[in-house]
Design a binder for this molecule. Structure first.
Ligand code: ADP
Ligand code: MG
Length: 706
């Protein structure tokens, strides 16, 4: 936020009542809070509603959370020194319960007297039909009115251990924020949205939104504050993205692929081993329309694992070549890039075209030759890892760049590409099997067009997914043997998470040795692949598996993306509870590529968290990547109904994409309409919006994905 926009709030928080140098220093250290604006931006992550009460006479269950309003009847302190405990009878006129404390007894003794009117809040336990609440939260009511002193919903703030120990727990932070807000005036808060938008959408002012997000008088006001702030956040993002997209389109012309030529047709008629699915044809038509429009294509092609993205890429490449351009195809790993190369190189050769492979590991003379041929235009297609967009790689006329299995293709990379073809940038296509929910896609790729291959090639049998526990390994091995006897191959995948990678590798090694005992040579062949191996060794193991020379491939998630071995029909995932949903789905996609029935077996420990259990259930219940992506987003979302914290790395403060899809759509539609009418945002009424565009610093998301 620019200093001129936060005005007086740029002052140190030491000016706020209740914040001395010690607290201020700690807040800076623990939360990066320096000035009053930062403090204001520390939104509560949930709220407590303490205004409706239960009656003691109501039927209740063990463990239920209740809130009663009533009177202390009889306080008794028992025991000596550290073993002291305080019990109190409590009534609300409809019955009595017992409150009990084992800690903080001396403080409570002074606080709770016979006859004191209080509110108690806590978890009931029922023993011998007697109801007790241990360590309830209490609030002493006003002597005169018998009402609570604070009104409205109570904000709950996140704290840290260190803050807690210095009195800056949620209550402490609440007090400071309260004092800050009490002094806040309308003109202290810069309004970022033009009036006409506020009116059109019936949004409250930014000032009011800040007040109510911290101290909402009621649910309705909280909702208004949230809506305003969520809209602002999503709208800003969309406006910036669309503005950027427009100026890019205005700045860069696109290459025009005028014709569908001989290579395309020859391939289509002679080389294509199957009929394209309707979805593949549809996406090809979209690509065709883009590439001849004269505007640069920026297209994301989404298609579930096995939906046949590769062939679509090949056809698009032929379109480029037909029009006299070169193309490049990038993959995130060497394994994947090689696999593409081996397959596509042959296909192109058959129709008289030349493909080459380049990665960091291609060196010396070989590399030199490739670079020369590329610059002379003798290589039509360059396949490889990201090495192929490095500066020293020069094309004669790059017309199309395709990135496979990478949904984070950053601005930096796109910018590099643009430099590769003179004044006019190549068309760009990014393919991903990670089904991104529409809302997320709009936010991440607001400036990309999206195609979806939403149909699998015919004849695929859905993968059968089951879960089993470690202790049933014996039975699992029997099953694996029977599959191998049928000529099938098996993946066994272990999680490998960077921080604990040593431990994980040991885990994989142990699993490998266990398998060797169960599946002895020479009857069985087992291969191992993991990220710490040399690329050549990895490559060799993968090839052995692809050629059917190994029965079982033990690996980390390096096989996650793209690898295609149709004869592999069983995927065993070890410690499945440690994987996220999307990753599990990706892994499962490695099987089910042939005509045989495939299986995915999720091995887990016996005790699972609720979320992990849910993930397993979802995996067993559906094969649909989009359903899984939506569920994933929900599970990873904030969970709190009124919560405002966003998980994940989108840097969204307020918005939750799983929940706020409709606001996002409104924001996007409005941003688009405004830019259509006033592309440069020069109308006086759009002055504030112009500022939103100019304020790009500090927005990591945009800087990252452009
Ligand atoms: P992904 O979308 O996961 O990258 P691939 O492109 O690797 O999928 O395709 C998976 C398999 O399906 C490949 O063996 C491919 O040859 C085959 N395939 C692709 N399209 C079709 C189709 N229309 N009909 C039959 N098989 C197809
Ligand atoms: Mg693929």
């Amino acid at each position: 936020m620019h200093i001129s926009e936060i005005g007086r709030l740029a002052n140190s928080i030491t000016y706020v009542k209740g914040v001395g140098p010690a607290k201020s220093e700690l807040l800076e250290k623990e939360k990066g809070i320096v000035n009053q604006w930062d403090m204001l931006m520390e939104f509560p992550f949930r709220y407590i509603d303490r205004r409706s009460f239960n009656l003691i006479q109501e039927p209740v269950e063990e463990g239920q959370i209740v809130q009663y309003k009533g009177k202390i009847l009889n306080v008794i302190v028992q025991g000596e020194s550290r073993k002291r405990r305080l019990t109190a009878e409590f009534t609300d006129g409809t019955g009595t319960i017992t409150l009990i404390w084992f800690q903080g007894v001396s403080r409570l003794e002074k606080l709770i007297r016979n006859g004191e009117r209080i509110i108690v809040f806590g978890r009931l336990s029922i023993y011998n039909r007697k109801r007790t609440i241990a360590h309830p939260e209490i609030e002493i009511l006003d002597d005169q009115s018998g009402e609570r002193k604070s009104k409205g919903l109570q904000p709950v703030y996140s704290s840290t251990e260190k803050l807690n120990s210095k009195g800056l727990d949620t209550k402490g932070i609440r007090r400071i924020t309260y004092n800050l807000i009490a002094d806040l005036r309308e003109h202290d808060v810069y309004e970022s949205l033009p009036n006409y938008l506020l009116q059109k959408l019936k949004l409250i002012s930014r000032y009011k939104a800040f007040k109510w997000i911290h101290f909402p008088p009621d649910h309705a006001e909280l909702k208004q504050a949230q809506t305003r702030l969520i809209f602002e956040e999503l709208f800003t993002l969309q406006l910036q993205m669309l503005f950027r997209m427009k100026s890019r389109k205005a700045k860069f012309k696109g290459l025009s692929f005028e014709k569908v030529g001989n290579y395309f047709l020859q391939f289509y008629n002679q080389e294509l081993p199957f009929e394209l699915t309707g979805a593949q044809k549809k996406v090809l038509r979209e690509i065709r329309a883009d590439t001849k429009s004269g505007v640069q294509m920026n297209r994301l092609v989404q298609g579930d694992v096995g939906s046949g993205k590769t062939i679509v890429a090949v056809m698009a490449i032929l379109l480029a070549i037909d029009n006299g351009y070169q193309a490049c195809l990038m993959a995130p790993t060497e394994i994947l890039a090689t696999q593409h190369y081996l397959k596509i190189e042959q296909q192109l050769k058959n129709i008289g075209l030349k493909a080459a492979y380049l990665s960091g590991s291609v060196k010396g003379k070989k590399r030199k030759l490739i670079l020369e041929e590329l610059e002379r235009g003798e290589i039509h297609l360059l396949i490889g890892t990201h090495a192929i967009i490095e500066e020293w790689v020069k094309f004669k006329s790059l017309g199309l760049s395709i990135t496979d299995e990478q949904h984070r293709f950053g601005v930096e990379q796109r910018a590099k590409l643009w430099k590769k073809s003179g004044d006019t940038p190549p068309h760009v296509m990014v393919m991903t099997a990670t089904p991104i929910p529409r809302t997320l896609a709009m936010t991440l790729y607001g400036d990309l067009d999206i195609s979806v291959i939403d149909e699998l090639p015919p004849g695929r049998k859905a993968v059968k997914t089951t879960t089993t526990y470690d202790k049933y390994r014996g039975r699992l091995n029997q099953f694996l043997k029977s599959e191998i006897a049928k000529g099938r191959q098996i993946y066994v995948v272990y999680p490998l998470i960077e921080e604990s990678s040593k431990l994980d590798l040991a885990n994989l090694q142990e699993g490998y040795e266990r398998l060797l005992e169960q599946f002895p040579r020479p009857d069985y062949q087992i291969g191992v692949v993991h990220g710490k191996m040399k690329p050549e060794d990895k490559e060799m193991e993968m090839q052995k598996f692809a050629q059917g020379r190994t029965n079982i491939l033990v690996s980390t998630t390096v096989i996650e993306v793209g690898v295609n071995v149709p004869n592999a029909s069983v995927m065993v995932i070890e410690n499945a509870e440690r994987f996220g949903l999307s990753q599990l789905h990706q892994l499962r996609g490695r099987v089910g590529r042939g005509a045989e029935q495939s299986h995915c077996i999720l091995l887990t420990g016996y005790k699972l968290t609720k979320v992990a259990r849910k993930r397993m259930e979802i995996m067993c219940s559906t094969n649909n990547g989009f359903v899984i992506a939506e569920e994933d987003l929900k599970l990873r979302g904030p969970g709190e109904i009124e919560g405002t914290k966003q998980s994940g790395d989108l840097n969204l403060r307020m918005a939750n994409l799983a929940r706020d899809g409709h606001i996002l759509k409104t924001a996007r539609d409005l941003a688009r309409a405004i830019l259509d009418k006033d592309p440069e945002l020069q109308h006086p009424e759009n002055l504030l919006l112009r500022k939103l565009i100019e304020r790009q610093s500090g927005n990591n998301l945009l800087n990252r994905i452009g």
